[in-house]
Design a protein around this ligand. Structure first.
Ligand SMILES: NC(=O)c1ccc[n+]([C@@H]2O[C@H](COP(=O)([O-])OP(=O)(O)OC[C@H]3O[C@@H](n4cnc5c(N)ncnc54)[C@H](OP(=O)(O)O)[C@@H]3O)[C@@H](O)[C@H]2O)c1
Length: 497
């Protein structure tokens, strides 16, 4: 595929002085600048209410933010000095956005830009509706060139609010202009999942109910809620992780082969998976909440002891659920998803467990167990694949042992936001979430938030969630796969820590 082409453009960051801009967008833009994707005319306009901020202040702020990420060079300093602008907003009414509209025209006139504009909503979600409305009312939803709207997660709090937000977006912007971000989709391994599935004839014939026993998707975090109680108390793990990141990994793992590698074909296959899901029964979902415990030898407080958390809070910091797809490929194959905070280690992985051989020819040998082949796709902390298989242990008695084939990228990976921003600027929507998809996902999870919200079982920080999560797996005759396979060496042991 040819390198992506980026037209000269103005990148407008609504919420240009926030944490997201500081830690993610700026470093990603800087890398695109260093890789020569951004021509000299391309510019960045930060917009926020931040008192006292102006062009000079914003340039210094951007340069300092890059330095904190270890990105210091004369070229980057010059880029910040010449390509960054700031427009203060005051209060969020239409009048203030007129200042933004005028500023955009002035910058385009001064730099010779021809009207290509990306508006990135790096704002608190409560500010999405007014900002979208104001952009639309001022005619900033179209221009002489292209206009694209990038919306951060979370997209809605439930089905009704996601539908409302979609309706508002579509009042002013076409779906083809709309880029709903889920930064997991920018990760190299997520895209590699598609390469792996559809670029190798080896696995696709096995990727179904005949050969696969179950699939587990784990997104585990060591961290607690840090200082984000204000956000987390209104979100919880289902909204924060499951509805978006885990569901994206799930649909990419389960979808049919798209007709081609383009946005419409891939996104339509992902929506089909969501529409084939059977509703989640109460016994197939459980919530947990961490109590005080120990991680890496350090005592950490429980959720209720975190600053800003209500004493009676029932907000879930752990979710485990079983999804069942009613289609020809997956009927009868459970997909187990789980995510939690304050788990023993940070890891994101998809574990595909294949069925055991129909008959064990080794059954006459004492303690000669046959383990299932397991394919583990790791997204964090190190991106790659492992495939376990059985070999004979040398010598006597006859025994089998599990070894693994192992692949890790050994080159520096692009940042997820770097990949996604490049796609926004190049007009490629493949790695962005379609409006239908976000609604289909909320349709699945909304009842769990409103109609039958599960109680949150306590689990000690530093453990793999509430005991009941393990008991339920045991009732299915399975266990959670707790670790990635060894990074360096074939191992005889796959399950357990
Ligand atoms: N930070 C992350 O790592 C991360 C990761 C994934 C998703 N997100 C999402 O990204 C968005 C931004 O997060 P953040 O962490 O950057 O938040 P943040 O640090 O609170 O920054 C918000 C930015 O928006 C501005 N702002 C606030 N209210 C505004 C309004 N009504 N109109 C215009 N500007 C306003 C703020 O500046 P003023 O208050 O001075 O106006 C600031 O520049 C959120 O939707 C979040 O869920 C963030």
């Amino acid at each position: 595929m040819p390198a992506k082409k980026v037209d000269p453009h103005l990148f407008v960051v609504m919420g240009g002085t926030g944490d997201l801009m500081h830690r993610k967008l700026l470093p990603a833009l800087a890398r695109l600048h260093e890789a020569n994707y951004l021509d000299q005319r391309s510019s960045v306009l930060g917009v926020a209410r931040t008192p006292g901020m102006d062009d000079a202040g914003f340039r210094t702020w951007a340069c300092d933010a890059l330095a904190e990420e270890g990105m210091v060079s004369e070229s980057l300093r010059r880029w910040c000095e010449t390509s960054f602008y700031f427009e203060p907003l005051g209060h969020s009414d239409v009048k203030d956005y007129r200042g933004v509209a005028r500023r955009i025209e002035k910058i385009e006139e001064a730099t010779g830009l021809s009207g290509n504009r990306a508006f990135y909503l790096a704002l608190p979600p409560a500010a999405f509706p007014t900002t979208i409305t104001d952009l639309g009312k001022l005619g900033l939803n179209k221009s002489k060139g292209w206009t694209r709207l990038v919306i951060e997660k979370p997209f809605g709090r439930d089905l009704a609010s996601a539908q409302e937000l979609n309706a508002l977006v579509h009042q002013y912007f076409d779906e083809s202009q709309t880029y709903r971000i889920d930064h997991y989709l920018g990760k190299e391994t997520v895209q590699n999942l598609l390469a792996f599935r559809f670029g190798n004839a080896l696995f696709e014939p096995l990727w179904n109910r005949d050969r696969i026993d179950n699939i587990q998707i784990t997104v585990a975090e060591e961290l607690g809620i840090e200082k984000r109680a204000g956000y987390y108390e209104t979100a919880g793990a289902l909204r924060d992780m499951v509805q978006n990141h885990l569901t994206q990994l799930f649909t990419l793992t389960a979808m049919e082969a798209p007709a081609s590698f383009d946005a419409d074909a891939i996104r339509s296959e992902k929506v089909k998976v969501l529409r084939s899901l059977t509703p989640i029964e109460p016994e197939n979902i459980l919530f947990g909440q961490y109590t005080a415990g120990t991680i890496n030898g350090e005592h950490v407080p429980g959720y209720h002891e975190e600053p800003g958390v209500a004493k009676e809070s029932r907000v879930e910091t752990f979710v485990a659920l079983k999804l069942e797809i009613a289609n020809w490929r997956w009927q009868g194959v459970p997909f187990y998803l789980r995510t939690g905070k304050r788990l023993p280690k940070r890891v994101t992985q998809i574990a595909v467990t294949f069925k055991q051989p129909p008959v064990s020819v080794f059954r006459s040998f004492d303690s000669c167990l046959v383990h299932s082949n397991v394919l583990i796709i790791t997204l964090q902390p190190d991106e790659g694949f492992d495939l376990s298989f059985e070999v004979k242990s040398p010598g006597q008695p006859f025994r089998l042992e599990t070894h693994n084939m192992h692949f890790r990228y050994d080159t520096p990976m692009p940042l997820a936001y770097q990949t996604l921003l490049l796609d926004v600027l190049a007009g490629d929507q493949t790695l962005f979430v379609h409006g239908d998809e976000v609604e289909a996902s909320w349709r699945l999870y909304s009842p769990l938030l409103h109609e039958y919200r599960p109680m949150a079982h306590p689990y000690a920080a530093g453990t793999w969630g509430p005991n009941v999560a393990h008991t339920r797996m045991g009732q299915d005759g399975r266990s959670w796969i707790l670790t990635a396979l060894s990074k360096t060496k074939a191992q005889g042991k796959l399950h357990g820590d």
